[in-house]
Design a protein around this ligand. Structure first.
Ligand SMILES: Nc1ncnc2c1ncn2[C@@H]1O[C@H](COP(=O)(O)OP(=O)(O)OP(=O)(O)O)[C@@H](O)[C@H]1O
Ligand SMILES: [Mg+2]
Length: 425
């Protein structure tokens, strides 16, 4: 347990399927067929059909009657995975109602990542030669029953499908299963994750952190608007889409265009139940909010985790431990004790140099009392972003501080254009 504290995800993680009628069909062609699942999006999220996604999510699922530690999740659902799949007209066959023929369509390549549950490989689509990423999740996870594991996998998949309109969420391309594994085929993000960037290039500057935090906030705000807790905000769960030698320098160079940072892992996401707070500890302990350890939490827990990530981007360490190795030697209760009781030190190095607005946002995110913590929507409008990023500039034009000139394309379907910054144009 201790060894996973800095990396793993404690909580729950899972579907749909694709009707593959011919190896010759490209993914695009398959999508155009009437029975292709609704939520794949090769390069353009616009190809997705939102109504079909909502149908998919409303469809009953086999394992949905399992509640997540009494949290009331999926209580309303019933039926079977087979009905789930057949509601999309899919040619399915596995326990989750997914197609079983991953190897017919894809060739697994080298391993490119690993998390607490998933191992991620590069994959080649046989028909097109396209390079993609495939997250392979075991159907049996430690002591967890197979049924509960499948519930978690299905939940991860449903959340990923529900968020496909958000440009900052990795594109879901295909899903398969066999007797032991579930295969989640995704867009390949070649630029590495933010944890790797921190390990390789060290802490970033305030304006670079602002560019990162702004993108992550869009994901959190989308989740919350959709009634979902992300549940595992941390650098390792955000990946740079393009390959670049130094992401921090690429941000400074203003060469990035949205979407450049992608959320890749929704294994700890949960729908927020209207009547009850979450109680089950879930997430990666060193990023978990105090109230998560106290087993009474809601969406604001994501903002605390973002505060930890903001801190780490600036200081290359987390507030309560000198290094990741230091916190890995702690038990979850020891981590929880520090998070619940210790002050967040902000009286050294990068925090002394942090601007007033930056400090204001960091304080807002690291409020111990969740009711006093800044919300995702309010954080997105924080003046720090205008100050640091010069979002007042028009897309394609140089900003005053030459940071990232964003496109004015909607961040996520629910937001519309970047209105918060238009007034200053
Ligand atoms: N689409 C992708 N493209 C490239 N690399 C990826 C992709 N998805 C994941 N990875 C790599 O694999 C790692 C693990 O993936 P992921 O976070 O989805 O697994 P996990 O088991 O859910 O992790 P966790 O430990 O956070 O629960 C990521 O940190 C990243 O480095
Ligand atoms: Mg992860």
């Amino acid at each position: 347990m201790a060894s996973a504290l800095g990396q793993g995800c404690l909580g729950g993680k899972a579907a749909r399927g694709s009707g593959h009628s011919s190896l010759q069909q490209t993914r695009v062609q398959r999508q155009q067929s009437t029975y292709y699942p609704p939520y794949r999006c090769p390069q353009q999220k616009a190809r997705r059909q939102p109504t079909l996604v909502s149908q998919a999510l409303a469809a009953p699922s086999a394992i949905a009657e399992q509640t997540n530690d009494g949290l009331g999740l999926w209580e309303a659902a019933g039926g079977t995975a087979a009905t789930h799949a057949s509601s999309w007209g899919l040619n399915s066959g596995g326990e989750l109602g997914l197609p079983l023929d991953f190897t017919t369509y894809y060739q697994l390549g080298r391993q490119i990542g690993a998390g607490a549950y998933g191992t991620v490989y590069e994959a080649i689509e046989k028909a097109t030669g396209d390079r993609l990423a495939v997250k392979v999740l075991p159907k049996q996870r430690g002591k967890l029953s197979r049924e509960k594991t499948l519930t978690k996998i299905q939940q991860e998949l449903e959340v990923l499908a529900a968020l496909q309109d958000c440009q900052q969420v990795v594109c879901l391309e295909d899903i398969f299963e066999d007797s032991q594994w579930v295969y989640i085929v995704q867009e390949l993000c070649e630029g590495g994750d933010l944890a790797q960037a921190l390990a390789t290039h060290g802490a970033c500057t305030e304006s670079q952190a602002a560019a990162v935090i702004y993108e992550v906030l869009k994901v959190i705000a989308t989740c919350h608007a959709e009634g979902l807790l992300h549940g595992d905000i941390k650098p390792a769960n955000f990946m740079m889409r393009p390959s670049m030698s130094n992401p921090w320098k690429a941000i400074d160079g203003g060469r990035l265009r949205n979407p450049w940072l992608m959320a890749i892992d929704f294994g700890c996401s949960q729908p927020v139940h209207k009547a009850r707070a979450f109680m089950r500890r879930t997430g990666t302990p060193v990023y978990m909010a105090p109230e998560v350890f106290q087993r009474q939490y809601g969406m604001s827990a994501d903002l605390w985790s973002l505060g930890m990530m903001f801190y780490e981007l600036l200081a290359c360490r987390l507030p309560f431990w000198d290094s990741m190795d230091d916190c890995k030697s702690k038990t979850i209760d020891e981590v929880g004790k520090s998070v619940v009781t210790d002050d967040v030190p902000m009286d050294y190095g990068p925090f002394e140099a942090l601007s007033k607005q930056g400090m204001d946002l960091l304080h807002g995110l690291t409020q111990r009392d969740p009711s006093k913590r800044i919300t995702a929507a309010a954080a997105l409008e924080h003046p720090w972003f205008r100050e640091q990023l010069g979002y007042a500039c028009k897309p394609g034009q140089a900003c005053s501080n030459n940071i990232v000139a964003l496109d004015k394309t909607p961040a996520c379907s629910i937001f519309g254009p970047e209105l918060a910054f238009e007034a200053a144009c």
